[in-house]
Design a binder for this molecule. Structure first.
Ligand code: SF4
Ligand code: SF4
Ligand code: SF4
Ligand code: SF4
Length: 344
């Protein structure tokens, strides 16, 4: 019955999304589990060590340039991969996160296969303040307290879970450790059993948080490819917002507004819009819509715009809390760097 319901849902999936799921599945085979042949090319079994894209930008009290260089040289492939990802994001949007990342991708595939009934929808939460508050905590405050970046890391949890499922002893040993169980619980709650499977990506992944800032920056330039809205075509029907796996679209005055700091460039909104009002596009482009909005002229060259939401009204408490966390972290970095320099 379950297989039949999955087959029915698969039939309705737009072609672009089928292609995206296929690429994610290929990426999971290449990076995870018993095959994991891409990590093996560089002598790794999973995404840790030389492939780690997360540790090298962490600050540790008293850290010197030699320490930074040591972190970079230990994970040099991860460093190159990270800068390649953010360069691609600047020009083309977050293609790594939506099409390639086996960690967020596997979580999404499992979540979508499970159906919606038992899942929690986290997309209504204020994800930008939570994400960047956590990022500042992750990059500075946790290392200050001596907590390692490896403690909460989906880049080790997902590969080891796949290893465990395929009978690998290392995976089973990890999952039955205290840290493994905590990480597994996070993966289930914010991944497999969250609506559309991307809550961990949206709130807790440091790579995603930094990538999202670059996405927003890139969207300011007209020559780059990002998700843009043509206001004159938008009917405010909300279909794109319902489809969005990241909760990145809000209706403002019945016009879709894309938050570029949350958009993952998955194209789901593009597939769901019958009016061709939202596109992954670099700039003005003429395209005949499938339907015409009553009383609105379709201009020969629509002005595609990458809107970002305006500040809400009232006191922006999440931003104030974030600013305090960032200010505390920055003061700590400056103070400890200064004392380490004096002692040197
Ligand atoms: S556990 Fe995560 S943060 Fe730690 S080395 Fe592995 S990938 Fe990097
Ligand atoms: S946010 Fe992190 S876990 Fe999610 S897809 Fe991007 S890199 Fe992967
Ligand atoms: S962009 Fe398209 S799907 Fe989204 S609200 Fe506008 S018309 Fe509807
Ligand atoms: S705004 Fe569109 S492209 Fe961006 S995450 Fe949402 S559905 Fe995907």
């Amino acid at each position: 019955m379950r297989v039949w319901s999955i087959a029915q849902r698969w039939h309705k999936v737009p072609k672009m999304q089928k292609f995206r799921y296929g690429v994610i599945a290929a990426s999971c085979i290449a990076f995870l589990g018993p095959l994991a042949f891409l990590p093996q090319l560089v002598g790794n079994e999973d995404l840790c060590g030389v492939l780690c894209m997360r540790r090298f930008y962490l600050y540790f009290p008293g850290m010197s340039f030699e320490d930074l260089w040591m972190h970079v040289s230990v994970a040099w492939i991860g460093v190159i991969a990270f800068f390649t990802i953010i360069t691609v994001t600047f020009f083309f949007g977050r293609l790594w996160c939506s099409f390639l990342c086996p960690v967020g991708g596997l979580s999404e595939l499992v979540s979508r296969a499970l159906g919606e009934r038992w899942k929690i929808d986290f997309r209504f939460l204020p994800q930008v303040p939570i994400r960047y508050g956590y990022l500042a905590t992750y990059m500075v405050l946790l290392p200050m307290l001596g907590v390692s970046a490896c403690t909460l890391c989906n880049f080790v949890t997902v590969p080891r879970l796949v290893t465990a499922v395929t009978g690998g002893a290392a995976g089973l040993a990890f999952l039955f450790s205290t840290i493994g169980l905590v990480n597994l619980a996070m993966l289930l709650l914010l991944g497999f059993f969250s609506a559309k499977g991307r809550a961990y990506c949206q709130f807790m992944c440091p790579i995603g948080a930094l990538d999202a800032l670059v996405n927003r920056l890139g969207a300011k330039f007209r020559f780059t490819y990002h998700i843009r809205v043509e206001r004159s075509r938008c009917t405010g029907c909300n279909e794109c917002a319902k489809a969005c796996m990241c909760g990145a679209i809000k209706m403002v005055d019945r016009i879709a507004v894309v938050d570029q700091t949350s958009c993952m460039s998955c194209h789901d909104c593009v597939d769901s819009c019958e009016w061709h009002a939202i596109e992954w596009t670099p700039g003005p482009r003429n395209k005949t819509p499938k339907r015409l909005k009553k009383g609105v002229q379709i201009y020969p060259e629509p002005q595609w715009q990458a809107f970002a939401p305006a500040m809400g009204e009232g006191i922006p408490w999440p931003r104030i809390v974030n600013a305090l966390i960032v200010a505390t972290a920055s003061a700590f970095v400056l103070y400890t760097s200064y004392t380490a320099w004096i002692a040197h």
